[in-house]
Design a protein. Sequence first.
Length: 585
Amino acid sequence: MTLQHYIGRSAGNRGPFESIVMLRSACVLVVLLWFTGQVASQVSKLTGSQPQSHSAKEPAADPLGRSTPRGAFTGFIRALHREDFVSAARFMQLSPNQKLNTEVLARELSQLMDRYFTESLTRVSDSPAGDVDDGLPLDRERLGPLEIGDKKFDIILVRVSDPDSGLIWLISSDTLAQVPVMYGAIEKTWLERLLPEGALNHRLLGIPVAQWGAWGMSIGIPFLVLWLLSQLLLLLIRRMPAAPSHRSLVESWLVTLRWPSIFVATLAIHIVSVFFLGVSLTFRFIYVRSAGVLLILSLTWLLRRMLAIFLERLRFSMRLRGQAGTASLILLGQRMVNVVILLVAIFSILKITGVDTKTALAGVGIGGVAVAFGAQKTVENMLGGVFLLTDKVLAVGDSCCISNRVGTVEDITLRSVRLRTPEQSLLSIPAGALSQANIENFATRTKILMQAILRLRYGTTVQQLRSVLVGVRKVLMESSDIESETARIRLIAFGERAIEIELFAYVLTSDYLQFLTVREDLLLQVAVLIESAGTGFAMPTQFVYLQSESDLDGTVHESTSTQELRTSRATDTESVVKAADKRAS
């Protein structure tokens, strides 16, 4: 089987199934992380420090979420999106003069952020103390900068004390003082320069229809271009002057990676283009977060496909070198790396969606301890599978005997070894149980033992015996399929029913089908030699014992069957004696 067949089987032909498995695994892990996060939060509540005294009443948490820089900034954006300028003013440190123009300042600052704020919301500090390493005073936090032409504008948050909510973060009055000047330097976007002014007045869901059209084109055009490029590349590969096997291999790689690559590249181009469409900051944050989740899923899909191609090629080369154990170990490593990739993708999605990954990691640690106690057998089986492969006891494709069950190793997973039996049933053996089982690996042998007991009939003369022994020994010595150094044919016993001769020889092959062919040919030659020597194999003999019948007076009489059997035996014995005398004369 060629390499492209392996790759096609492992990566290219399992797209829908792989997607279902990935989705199912992702759902299970998300539920597990949520559950363990809840456990971690409950533990932190139970182990947290209790208040020392109730004499000094602490202020309640700010209901507007201004306790952290991220909460203040997102709350201000939501208020602007609702055009609730009364609520927006609660996020601004307004001077007496600025309070007269609160709505104008809020609108102008909103347009500045919609056009020029490109920083990710997740980069804004979510700590009540803010970012203490930004080089600013501890009561200051910098967002941005907003680059307007050759000017840069920073949004500065200031931490103040509120009598009702305690320490909160507000947009500083110094930042608000620069807003009118920076608003006058606003430049038109490429969409505003391209379309007439009236085309931007028609809105759908609060967004101009022209921007919706540009949004659709930012998806459709890259997708169409990338698809055409992939088709052109596929056509060039099919016509390149190379060996058919190499051409088929490269084509299988392209087919395997084409759609994941198209999705990743299209989403990356689309996400970047969204920042230049001039859409509102609220829409951009929500949409980019959703598109980022799709990008991570597509990137995970692409990485898994690339990993499958690389490791399948490596496994194929290991098989060509006869290192089947290393190939199986690579397969196990591939599954573990896939799990790691999936975990990283899930944590990245959680971080994008705003979930505290530190709590999730703490929950994973607590959940890991609980799982370790509740799934000891699973852990034992997983470690057993790892040790089984590292010790190179078994490999995929090996014929073996495990606990008196013979079969071919079809797969070695993190939990079990799957054995295909001669009855074509699939036997799953836990990897942990293999440490206590007897394992006989037939794939490691370089020769196969052939051993048989030849039973010749009585009446065979010594000359005939010697003729048979010499003839069989000559066949063993002259055969290229037999190991001549260890082969032997010996008279071992005069049994009760036959003269017994032992045939012992190693067939120089590891292929069982070839061994059967060699053994059949050798046994036929032995049968010819025995016939040509004038003797034959002993006939199987049975002895039947019948119980006698007694009369009422105690006299013992033999049954008719017993009498007939004795007569038959006497006749047979007389015939044998006459035949022996005839041969002797």
